[in-house]
Ligand binder design. Structure first.
Ligand code: GLC
Length: 785
C-alpha cells in the first residue's frame, strides 16, 4: 500500500510537472553536440534536443537549420541548391567551416554558431547563453548585439530605416487605415542586413510561420532575437562585405525578376472604381486630350458581376473587348483586379470547378471553409497546390480573351472580414498558421505562370498586395491602403526603399494616398515623387474625391503633367535600371544605406527617406508643406537636376523645394540615357537617344539596355546593350560595341554633356570632328571632348 501510494505521488508529481511545463512553456536551450558527421555534403550535428544541419550555398552563403524533426525541407522562397564541397576542421572545442569569404566557427558545448569573415573579423554570433532555443513549438535565436550595430530590411515595414531598437511581427494582414507605426502589414520578408564595425552581413530566416524580429528593442540592448511560432530555426547567413553584394546574393538565392513589360513603367491611372466601360474610356480619353502621358488604366472590383472573379458586369461593362480595343487604339493597357475569394454560388463556373476538384481550403473534417469578403460568402483556393495554381492560372482566359494584360492580385493575405481565419483551416496539407504568409505569393505565382502561358510570348504584368520572400520572381507589389497625409507619403517611400533590400524592385504606393483626400499641394508633391517610384500608380478609395491630374486646377495640372513628362523622358534610364534588377537583384529605388552604408547621416530620421533612383539620381522626398528642406548629400559631388547647380557632398544643404521642383540630384559622373517626350511607351518618338553625362572627376560606366519591351525574346539574345563609359582623365566617352541582336528603336544617339564648360565645342567622334548627333553605329564609338 505504501509503495502504491508512493508511486501514485510520483505519478502525480510527474503529471503535474508536465502540466506545469506545458502551462509555462519552459525554455529548452540547444545543448552540447553529441555527434558530428558529414553526410552527402551536409554537416550534421546532433544534440539531445535537436539536430543541426549546415550547407554551403556559395562562398558567401551558409545555411544552418536546427530542427527537432527535419521532416519537411522545402522552401517557397529558395530556388538554389547547395554548391561546392563543404570543408571543415574539428578539434575538442569547435568545428570550423571555411569558405573563401566566410568562417563559421561552431562551438560544440553548447552548440553555438558564430560567423566571421575569412580573415577572422567577427560578423555575427549566437548569444553564448541562449543561442537557439524553444518554448513549446516556438523556436527562437538570440544573437550578440554590437554597440554600433544597425539593421535594415524586412521589406514592407513601418518605422525607421535603421530598425535598431524596433521589433516586428510577420503575419500577412489586411491593414486598411494603417499608420506610420502599424505592424504587421501585408507582406513577409524575413531578411535583414546587419552592419557594425564597418562590416556587413545578412540573415534570411526562411520560416513561413508567424515570425518575430527584435533588433535590441526589448532586451536592454543585450541581444537581438528572432523566432517563429513553429517550424525550424532555418536561416541563410550572408557574409559579403557590401550591402549591394548581400542583396545580389539574397536574390540569387530567392530568384530575380524577369523584365517587366515596358508599358507597366509608364503612368498608371486607377481608382476604386471606374464603374463602367464608359467611365474607363472617358478617363483614358481625357488623359490623351490633356496630353498627360499615360499607359495603363485599371478596373477595380466593380467591373465584375457581383464581385465574382473572372466575370464581367454585363450592364456596366457590356462589351469588354470593345472597351479594351478602344483603349488599345489609344495606346492604353488594361489591368483588372482579382481577389482569391470565390463566391459560394452553385452554377458559377469557378465555384463548381473548385468544388468538384476539392481545390478549396477546408476544416480538418473536410468541410469547406467559408469566409466573407467582397462577394459575400466565399471559398478560398488552396494556392499551395500546383494543380490549383494551374487551374487558377488557366481561368484567366476570361480576362485575356477580351485583351487584359495586367492582373492585380488583392486581398490575398488572405483577407476575410473579421481578419481571423481559424487556425484549424487547412490548405491541402498545411494549416493556416504555416501557410498564411505565403498565400499571396502562391496566388501571384499561379497568376503569373498561368497568364504567361496564355499570353504566349507576351509579358503579363502582375501586381500583388501580399507577398513572401521570392515574390519578385512573379510579381510587382504595392504597399496597400495608405492614407492621404504627408507622413504616409514619407513612410511609403521608406517602404519602397526597404522592399528593394528584400529583392522587390517593381514596387509602388498609391500616389495621393488611398484613404482620405490629399490637399492639392500633397497631390502635386506626391506625383513628383511618383516619377521616381518604380511603379507609378495614382489610386484612390471609394468615397474619396476623384484624383486624376485635371482635378486640381489648371496650374496644378500643368505641374503634374510636367512631372509625368519627366517620367517618360527618363524611361530609357528606368528600363536599363530594371535590367540591373533582372540581372543582379539590385533594386531601382535604393535606400542610401546600399551605396553609402558607412555615412551616419543617412540613417538620421531627417534624411532616412532619401534614396538613389538607379545609379545616378538621388531624390529627397519633401513634405508638401515645406518649400525649403535640409538635404544630406552623401560624399562626392552632386548637381541639382533642374538647375545644374553643383554641390560638394558629405554635408547638409538647404535645398529650395517649391512644388514645381522636388529636390533631385545627379551624382557627378552620372550617365542617364533619356528620350524626347512621348505620350505612351507605344509611341516611337523622334528616334534620338539622349545620353546625358554630368561631369565629374572619377571614371564611371553605365550599361544601357533595350529590348522590344513586351516579349521574352530578350532571353534568347534579342536585346541591345552597350556600356557607356566616361573617363575624365582621358577626356573620353566610350560607347561600347553593341551586344545582342536587337535593333534599337532609336536611330540617333546624342550626347548631352552637363558641367563640361566649353569642352563640347571640340568634340571628336572616332578621331574625327563631329557634331553632337551621330548615326547609331553598333561598333565601339569613342568621343573626345
Ligand atoms: C483593397 C485594396 C485597394 C482596392 C480595394 C477594392 O482595399 O487594397 O487597393 O481598391 O480593396 O478592391
Amino acid at each position: 500500500m505504501k509503495r502504491y501510494c508512493l508511486s501514485l505521488v510520483i505519478l502525480l508529481a510527474v503529471y503535474s510537472s508536465n502540466l506545469f511545463a506545458q502551462q509555462h512553456m519552459d525554455v529548452q536551450i540547444l545543448g552540447n553536440a553529441e555527434s558530428i558527421n558529414k553526410e552527402n555534403n551536409v554537416l550534421v550535428i546532433k544534440t539531445k534536443e535537436a539536430e543541426a544541419r549546415v550547407w554551403m550555398y556559395s562562398p558567401t552563403i551558409i545555411r544552418v537549420s536546427i530542427s527537432k524533426e527535419h521532416s519537411i525541407d522545402t522552401s517557397f522562397a529558395v530556388v538554389q541548391q547547395p554548391q561546392g564541397d563543404l570543408q571543415y576542421k574539428e578539434n575538442d572545442k569547435d568545428v570550423e567551416l571555411t569558405t573563401s569569404a566566410l568562417k563559421l566557427v561552431i562551438n560544440k558545448s553548447p552548440l553555438r554558431f558564430n560567423f566571421y569573415t575569412a580573415d577572422g573579423k567577427a560578423l555575427s554570433q549566437d548569444d553564448p547563453r541562449f543561442g537557439t532555443n524553444w518554448q513549446g513549438t516556438r523556436v527562437i535565436n538570440y544573437r550578440k548585439l554590437y554597440k554600433d550595430e544597425r539593421f535594415i530590411g524586412l521589406g514592407e515595414k513601418t518605422g525607421n530605416l535603421d530598425r535598431r531598437g524596433s521589433s516586428y511581427v510577420n503575419w500577412n494582414t489586411d491593414a486598411p487605415n494603417h499608420g506610420p507605426t502599424t505592424d504587421p502589414l501585408y507582406e513577409t520578408f524575413p531578411f535583414f542586413v546587419g552592419m557594425h564595425s564597418g562590416l556587413t552581413y545578412g540573415l534570411f530566416f526562411d520560416n513561413t510561420h508567424k515570425s518575430y524580429f527584435d533588433f535590441g528593442a526589448s532586451t536592454d540592448e543585450q541581444t537581438s532575437w528572432y523566432g517563429a511560432d513553429a517550424g525550424d530555426m532555418n536561416y541563410y547567413f550572408f557574409g559579403a562585405q557590401s550591402v549591394a553584394q548581400i542583396i545580389e546574393d539574397y536574390t540569387w538565392l530567392t530568384g530575380r525578376m524577369e523584365m517587366p513589360p515596358l508599358w507597366s513603367l509608364g503612368y498608371q491611372q486607377c481608382r476604386w472604381s471606374y464603374t463602367s466601360a464608359a467611365e474607363v474610356l472617358s478617363i483614358a480619353e481625357r488623359l490623351r486630350k490633356d496630353k498627360i502621358p499615360a499607359d495603363v488604366m485599371y478596373c477595380d472590383i466593380d467591373y465584375m458581376d457581383h464581385y465574382k472573379i473572372f466575370t464581367w458586369n454585363k450592364t456596366t461593362f457590356p462589351d469588354p473587348k470593345g472597351m479594351i480595343d478602344k483603349l488599345k487604339s489609344m495606346n492604353f493597357h488594361l489591368v483588372t483586379i482579382v481577389d482569391p475569394g470565390i463566391k459560394v454560388e452553385d452554377g458559377y463556373k469557378q465555384h463548381d470547378e473548385g468544388v468538384a476538384n476539392n481545390y478549396f481550403a477546408t476544416y480538418p473534417d473536410g468541410e469547406k471553409y467559408i469566409g466573407s469578403v467582397w462577394p459575400g460568402r466565399c471559398y478560398f483556393p488552396n494556392f499551395t497546390d500546383k494543380a490549383v495554381r494551374d487551374w487558377w492560372g488557366a481561368s484567366f482566359t476570361a480576362l485575356t480573351e477580351p485583351g487584359v494584360e495586367g492582373f492585380w492580385n488583392d486581398m490575398n493575405e488572405p483577407a476575410a472580414w473579421g481578419q481571423n481565419i481559424p487556425w484549424m483551416v487547412k490548405f491541402g496539407k498545411f494549416y493556416m498558421p504555416e501557410i498564411r504568409n505565403v498565400y499571396g505569393m502562391q496566388m501571384a505565382e499561379g497568376t503569373y505562370l498561368g497568364t504567361k502561358k496564355i499570353l504566349g510570348n507576351k509579358r503579363p504584368f502582375v501586381l500583388t498586395r501580399a507577398a513572401y520572400s521570392g515574390t519578385q520572381r512573379y510579381s510587382a507589389v504595392w504597399t496597400g491602403d495608405n492614407s492621404a497625409y504627408d507622413a504616409h507619403m514619407l513612410l511609403g517611400q521608406r517602404m519602397v526603399n526597404s522592399l528593394g533590400i528584400t529583392g522587390m524592385s517593381l514596387v509602388g504606393v498609391d500616389i495621393g494616398g488611398f484613404t482620405g483626400n490629399p490637399t492639392p499641394e500633397l497631390m502635386v508633391r506626391w506625383n513628383s515623387l511618383g516619377v521616381y517610384t518604380p511603379m507609378f500608380r495614382n489610386h484612390a478609395a471609394k468615397g474619396t474625391k476623384y484624383r486624376e491630374p485635371w482635378r486640381w486646377g489648371k496650374a496644378n495640372e500643368a505641374i503634374i503633367r510636367k512631372d509625368i513628362e519627366q517620367r517618360y523622358k527618363l524611361l530609357p534610364y528606368i528600363y536599363s535600371s530594371f535590367y540591373q534588377s533582372h540581372l543582379t537583384g539590385l533594386p531601382v529605388s535604393r535606400t542610401l544605406a546600399i551605396n553609402y552604408t558607412q555615412e551616419d547621416s543617412i540613417y538620421s530620421e531627417h534624411f532616412q527617406n532619401q534614396f538613389m533612383f538607379g545609379d545616378a539620381i538621388m531624390v529627397a522626398p519633401v513634405e508638401s508643406t515645406k518649400l525649403i528642406e535640409d538635404v544630406y548629400l552623401p560624399k562626392g559631388e552632386w548637381y541639382r537636376l533642374t538647375t545644374g547647380e553643383k554641390f560638394k557632398g558629405g554635408k547638409i544643404i538647404k535645398a529650395a523645394a517649391p512644388l514645381t521642383d522636388l529636390p533631385v540630384f545627379v551624382k557627378a559622373g552620372g550617365i542617364i540615357p533619356m528620350q524626347n517626350l512621348v505620350q505612351s511607351t507605344k509611341e516611337k518618338g523622334d528616334g534620338i537617344l539622349k545620353i546625358n553625362i554630368w561631369n565629374g572627376t572619377k571614371a564611371n560606366s553605365y550599361v544601357y539596355y533595350e529590348d522590344d519591351g513586351s516579349s521574352y525574346d530578350y532571353q534568347q539574345g534579342n536585346f541591345y546593350k552597350r556600356t557607356i563609359s566616361f573617363d575624365p582623365k582621358k577626356s573620353e566617352i566610350t560607347l561600347g560595341a553593341v551586344e545582342g541582336a536587337f535593333a534599337s528603336k532609336y536611330n540617333k544617339i546624342e550626347l548631352v554633356l552637363h558641367g563640361f564648360n566649353a569642352g563640347v565645342k571640340t568634340i571628336k567622334v572616332n578621331g574625327k570632328a563631329s557634331g553632337f548627333a551621330f548615326a547609331n553605329e553598333r561598333n565601339e564609338i569613342k568621343v573626345q571632348y
